[in-house]
Design a protein around this ligand. Structure first.
Ligand SMILES: [Zn+2]
Length: 52
């Protein structure tokens, strides 16, 4: 019974333009497509090379 933190939100909304979404996937796609956000789950920076 493990859930992502984002799934606890039933109706996420964009803090940039205020649009609401029925699920996190649409929300993430919107943020990445419209506002250039990157999904931390699939885009992990190399901490070793950056030292952070
Ligand atoms: Zn937006």
């Amino acid at each position: 019974m493990e859930f992502m933190i984002g799934t606890m939100i039933s109706m996420p909304h964009c803090v940039v333009c205020g649009q609401q979404f029925t699920d996190d996937i649409r929300f993430l796609n919107h943020m990445m497509d419209k506002h250039g956000f990157r999904n931390p789950n699939i885009d992990k920076p190399d901490r070793n090379s950056r030292g952070y």
